[in-house]
Design a protein around this ligand. Structure first.
Ligand SMILES: [Zn+2]
Length: 380
């Protein structure tokens, strides 16, 4: 098992909550410990959410059956039955967890038959797990999310949503929207159709959506909770988030905005094309690549105006140096900044929802989404 613990964050309607994910593998140790994963990792006050798969690692396709779902970890494939799955939840004692489900429909072109099977299997797993949940004293404080499956087949998605909503679940997971196999338009249409079938008073979480522009599109379509794998991925590729999300026009906001926009523009400056080409191809227009040699003499913070530990104490030049010498501290400091920036983005979403300014925020973020390294022009 990867013991990686990635905090989740969420615009849960109008409240922000910090959440951590714990993957469903390391369970022997926890079983002996008996007090659950949150206390074990020294974070007893965070909301702990347990997903079935690691959101940043694609799962091999074709291994699920009517009785089991395959999980993949450091030690290879693990076949999981609903009862084994619930044993693990009893050891982890998460605040929230997704029910085991057959979400093996994300490779595209899976067809109606496979989509139907994913819904049928997931509902039958859900029924078994709901019964086991009722009989588990350790899980009386835990909330189980039912998974909505059905690939890209609208009627299966609707059936999955309606049937899951009939059951006593605490919330809903919109599964199978990870990756790029499904066209974005199809994805957004299905998400809107599914959330329209779900009760308003239970939270909806989605897996695999983390880019700021995509997050906003999902929020508009009724999604409440997102994973925070995105700042982790940004950190892993040696980048820092510098996008602006402040659509209130305070003086501090203007500085942040100017600073971020300037850096994003510089991403596309011609003299740096060689360096930029060495950056991860997954890099988004919301971040800057700190390995770029232009930062070796840059003694400013990662982001002007940022109050994080890294920006208050260290320079871009220092982070560049740490990255070039492969010091582990580079990732630690970048993660601090990227988490704080991303979490603050979600605070801004909360504010925008409250003040009816989501459109403005969307415009601001989408403008930056278009200004990618490839098509950015100075002065834009
Ligand atoms: Zn910072």
């Amino acid at each position: 098992m990867s013991e990686s613990v990635a905090p989740l964050l969420l615009p849960f309607r109008r409240e922000v909550q910090g959440v951590s994910t714990w993957r469903a593998e390391l369970h022997d140790v926890l079983e002996e410990y008996k007090e659950g994963a949150a206390k074990f990792i020294g974070m007893p006050d965070t909301v702990l959410y347990c997903s079935l798969h690691d959101p940043v690692t694609p799962c091999p396709s074709g291994y699920n059956t009517n009785k089991t779902v395959s999980l993949w970890g450091n030690s290879g494939r693990m076949e999981m039955t609903p009862s084994k799955f619930m044993d693990i939840q009893r050891a982890i004692q998460p605040d929230w967890f997704q029910c085991i489900s057959d979400g093996d429909t994300i490779s595209g072109e899976v067809g109606r038959k496979r989509a139907k099977k994913s819904v049928d299997r997931s509902l039958s797993f859900l029924d078994v797990c709901l019964q086991l949940l009722e009989k588990s004293p350790e899980l009386q404080g835990s909330v189980m999310f039912g998974a909505i499956e059905g690939g890209d087949i609208l009627e299966e998605r609707l059936r999955s949503a309606r049937e899951t909503a009939k059951r006593p679940v605490g919330g809903f997971l919109l599964d199978g929207f990870q990756g790029r196999a499904m066209a974005k338009e199809t994805k957004l249409k299905l998400i809107a159709a599914v959330t329209a079938e779900l009760p308003e008073d239970k939270p909806r979480i989605i897996h695999g959506i983390g880019k700021p522009d995509e997050v906003l599109e999902c929020i508009e379509r009724g999604v409440d909770i997102f994973e925070s794998f995105f700042p982790f991925q940004v950190t892993e590729r040696g980048c820092a988030l510098v996008f602006s999300y402040d659509c209130h026009s305070g003086p501090e906001a203007a500085v942040l905005k100017q600073n971020g926009a300037q850096d994003l523009e510089e991403n596309g400056a011609e003299e740096n094309q060689d360096e930029i080409s060495k950056a991860d191809p997954e890099m988004t227009p919301f971040e800057i690549f700190l390995k770029d040699k232009r930062y070796q003499d840059d003694f400013g913070p990662l982001l002007e105006g940022c109050t994080c530990y890294c920006c208050q104490r260290h320079t871009r030049a220092y982070i560049h140096h740490l990255l070039m010498t492969k010091e582990l501290l580079a990732g630690v400091l970048l993660m601090m900044h990227n988490f704080q920036h991303y979490f603050s983005f979600f605070n801004a979403i909360q504010d925008a929802l409250r003040d009816n300014k989501l459109d403005q925020l969307k415009k601001l973020v989408f403008r930056q989404a278009l200004q990618g390294p490839a098509n950015m022009k100075p002065g834009q």
